[in-house]
Design a protein around this ligand. Structure first.
Ligand code: HEM
Ligand code: HEM
Length: 143
């Protein structure tokens, strides 16, 4: 169970990073070129959005079954940067990033004009991506 979840969480991480970069590039091109917001732009953003929710669900379960998650959260482990990353900084930052991505997607969906549809996706996804990149355990991933 733990191993399957860990591999799935690692695999979805590739998908999510790729999806966010594609959604950003695609929407930045449309925004910069003053093009109409198409179904393709929306689907690109939706794939990033769904991947982030899937990763959130996997991460949350992993947090309770992994020896590096909640069970490793204590005063003593806070002085170890790797323990602190897995038990605290990674989960917290990733949740904030996914909340931002969700807000961006929802705001874009409700926006009236094409320009603000682009703007919501690009701004919120870009901040989300930066937060995600800042707290990936790069010393162990990609393996
Ligand atoms: C801990 C788990 C999850 C939480 C807390 C969560 C939370 C949310 C929230 C708050 C929304 C509403 C966003 C809005 O304002 O439109 C939403 C929508 C959605 N979520 Fe999740 N979600 C979770 C897991 C998942 C999973 C596992 C999937 C699928 C793989 C998923 C797919 C979707 C889809 C497709 C939508 C609607 C997208 C749309 O409006 O077009 N979510 N979720
Ligand atoms: C943007 C979303 C996220 C991304 C891109 C991401 C990415 C990753 C990556 C690349 C690893 C290393 C996997 C490996 O060693 O093969 C990892 C590990 C881990 N993640 Fe996430 N993660 C995300 C969200 C979350 C969330 C929301 C939680 C918990 C609430 C979480 C909990 C964990 C835990 C506990 C581990 C350590 C697993 C272990 O090695 O035992 N992650 N994550």
């Amino acid at each position: 169970m733990y191993n399957i979840l860990k591999h799935a969480h690692s695999g979805i991480a590739y998908l999510l990073l790729l999806a966010l970069v594609i959604a950003l590039v695609y929407n930045i091109i449309g925004w910069a070129g003053n093009k109409a917001f198409t179904k393709g732009n929306k689907i690109a953003a939706l794939i990033g959005f769904i991947s982030s929710h899937l990763q959130l669900l996997l991460g949350l379960i992993l947090y309770f079954v992994s020896p590096l998650g909640l069970s490793n959260l204590s005063g003593e482990t806070m002085s170890d940067s790797m323990s602190r990353l897995y038990a605290l900084e990674h989960p917290l930052t990733m949740i904030i990033a996914i909340v931002l991505i969700t807000i961006g997607y929802s705001k874009s969906k409700r926006a009236e004009d094409d320009k603000s549809k682009y703007k919501k996706i690009v701004l919120f996804y870009a901040i989300g991506l930066i937060l995600i990149l800042s707290r990936i355990p790069w010393s162990v991933w990609p393996a």
